[in-house]
Design a protein around this ligand. Sequence first.
Ligand code: DGT
Ligand code: CA
Ligand code: CA
Ligand code: ZN
Length: 582
Amino acid sequence: MSSPSNAAVIAALRQLVAYTQLEDGQSQSFRTRAYQKAIDAVSVRSDPVAELPLGELVAIEGIGDSTARKIIEFAERGSISKVERLKAKYPASMLDLMRIPGLGPKTVLALQDHLGVTDVAGLREAIEEEKLRTLPGLGAKSEKKIAESIELLGIHSDESRTPIFDAMGIAHRLIADLEASDLVERIEYAGSLRRLEETIGDIDLLVVSDAPVEVIDRFTGLPGVTSVLGSGTTKASVVIDDQIQVDLRVVDSDAFGAAWLYFTGSRSHNIELRQRAIGRGWTLNEYALSNVDTDETIASRSEEDIYRSLGLPLITPEVREGAGEVGAAEAGRLPRPVDIGDIRGDLHVHTTWSGDGRSSMDDMLDALTASGMEYVALTDHAEDLVMNGLSRDQVLEERAEIVEQRASRPELTILHGAELNIGPEGGVDYDPEFLATFDFGVASIHSHFDLPQARQTDRLLAAVANPAVNVIGHPSGRKIGRRPGVVFDADAVFEAAAENGTAIEINCHLQRLDLAAPLIRRAMDVDGLLFAISTDAHHTSELANLRWGVSQARKGWVSAERVLNCLTLAEFQAVVGRKRAV
Ligand code: DGT
Ligand code: CA
Ligand code: CA
Ligand code: ZN
């Protein structure tokens, strides 16, 4: 039995954080911070930490003695006894409750203590019976707000879909666990996850293997499997962490392309492809594209082969929505998909200068250089974010460090930027003279999500017109599955952005993916509008999120010419300089 992957260790530590929040009755404590530090530390390592002895584990910076012991426990037993103990006290459905905006650990505990409510169905009932308002610290107003969050987010008791951030984490962990055995020749995810949908019904995995029965055996016995819904000789369905269903199929390597295409969907994209096949006297199914009369296989090994045989270029999974992409591809109107290799800089990055940054500037710059970036805008929070923002004195101190860093890093162009906070009236931090001393500005919404649409629009328009603002960061402020984000007049904001030379961010974090894909497509229709695909990393491990932003850009049919950070350094500097000279 091989030891658990780092992804599995991270998942176990995340669960430990959630249950500890419940135990402590608060979102942050010294213990949760210690676990979080350990998660960060594990997430940047390539060697499996579960194989290390205690002495080597505690020698890793960020992993303390108590957390190291829990990792060892997990490696040896497949679970952490503290989590097992807390699971008996707090049903897993209480973790779902903690994700609802307005419900912190304290309130979730009060729900259990005072009302016996431990899941979303019970919460809905309590709201209907106006019982929520009787809890300490809550009232009729907060009861109403929580009811609205449940409606807006479409949180249902049974048929709930999982936010992509959570589903992607689980999928990667399962893939790592299965790859750790020698049974798997190839493993890929398909379905809505591969299409980068915002929420996922179930995870679909495809495996190529000479030993299908053993693969199924191993899959249904993995840590985290809370029930096995069905299992045969080439496929199985399980539930992971009481949270999401995972379907796994073992397929023939000769038919891999056909299977991957079929199970990636979407259904309507597949229907269009099948109709094209039928038009040529062929059939397309999960095994092959083949000739009906002769039964001869035309293509099946790779998706590319199948598309080519159908007279089409490879259509990237993100756009397979049956929304006109097949016709556009045929007519050559589908843009060449943005590739991660097209990205030359990261324009939204935090360091420990921000109160919530978790990697030093030095570590961040090392990691950016290692990932091949030519330029970066360091954008620590500005003073209006009370806990995390930098005072003017701190800004100047940070600038001095940047000047030093530039001297020793000729290969990387470092801009001193700031992440400004857009206030309720559209104003931002500092004053115009001080703002002009920065090289770059990202402005984003962090509060006042409830204002009416017209005021949100005005707020964004003011930020777009501000000469110190080069990019509007995570424009809606949404968190998928948790917070809906502000509603604004998108056409007005996009047109103003194009006119002012202000780019619109595509935030790479899977909890954000902000702008949403339908809005990106609308923004693509506005001539001259540029996007910024930015990680908003608070730790070096989050720089790898770049791939999700690139994927989101593809989903919005974005071409590289329309991306500010795909421009050469000289072009990029010209665009930034034009805006700041206003
Ligand atoms: P989800 O799981 O609800 O987030 O969405 P999908 O798209 O992952 O749907 P799922 O898991 O039911 O099926 C995965 C893909 O497999 C789906 O996008 C298309 C394909 N597929 C599955 N069953 C059928 C079917 O009965 N007919 C067709 N045409 N395609 C199917
Ligand atoms: Ca699925
Ligand atoms: Ca499925
Ligand atoms: Zn940020």
